[in-house]
Write a protein of this length. Structure first.
Length: 250
């Protein structure tokens, strides 16, 4: 298998005496979706915060495409090709769909010190924004303010903003949360498209979506990895059934 786009070894984060993430090792490859599941409080979001640079690890190693990035801040991790979404939608409500994506794309410019140059003059930035909007299916709503989108539309927009930064690795924290059946189905199809050219680490509670999408599943409980493997292995694992999937089959 090709070199991992994202790899962790023995990743640990302590909050006082609590190990919120305790010795987690995993890999994500382009073309594969790696889902992390577990009950509330298992450490899943803390793990994403460590991988994105929003939190510093207490121990362990993080690599992006073979380069160690342990301890780098969020802006440097992002510039190295890691994009993320959040549990709560994180968009600029007063901006249009296109403006949100253009702002994200501008973060890839080598300098932000061109205050007098109109944003519309950045051809590459505008093109990246347009392509991201089109990819997620929001082209017909590109001029609509984010505040006027549905919850599912804002989730799509957040993914588009992430795509506008040209990431290799996507860290997606519960992108289906709060969606109805139709919106969730659309997001699942979007994730299927995304994984073709990206390495995706997905935290999600919708088990139907997880088992439909994931090539690899890692189950976390109390900060530690309980099991990791292909979906059929995880579904059949008695420990996983007891801890998370609702008990063993009768």
């Amino acid at each position: 298998m090709a070199e991992a786009a994202l790899r962790t070894a023995g990743l640990r984060r302590l909050f006082g005496g609590l190990a919120a993430v305790n010795g987690v090792s995993l890999e994500c490859h382009v073309g594969h979706l790696h889902a992390v599941i577990g009950p509330n409080g298992a450490g899943k979001t803390t793990l994403i915060n460590l991988l994105s640079g929003d939190l510093l690890p207490s121990a362990g190693c993080i690599e992006i495409r073979g380069r160690e990035v342990t301890g780098l801040g969020a802006h440097r991790i992002s510039q190295l090709g890691v994009g993320r979404s959040y549990q709560r939608t994180n968009v600029f409500m007063g901006f249009s769909v296109f403006e949100n994506c253009r702002l994200a794309a501008q973060s890839r410019l080598p300098s932000s010190l061109r205050f007098l140059q109109p944003a519309a003059s950045y051809r590459a930035v505008n093109q990246a924004a347009e392509q991201a909007v089109e990819f997620v299916g929001l082209s017909v709503r590109s001029k609509v303010r984010a505040s006027d989108l549905s919850h599912g539309g804002r989730r799509q927009l957040e993914v588009a903003m992430t795509l506008a930064t040209a990431p290799t690795v996507l860290l997606l924290d519960e992108p289906l949360a709060g969606m109805g059946a139709e919106e969730a189905a659309s997001m699942v199809e979007l994730l299927r498209k995304l994984v073709q050219d990206h390495a995706i680490l997905l935290v999600e509670h919708d088990m139907d979506a997880v088992f439909a999408l994931a090539a690899t599943l890692t189950v976390m409980v109390n900060g530690s990895v309980l099991a990791s493997g292909a979906p059929p292995e995880i579904r059949a694992n008695p420990q996983v059934q007891e801890a998370y999937l609702g008990g063993a089959d009768e």
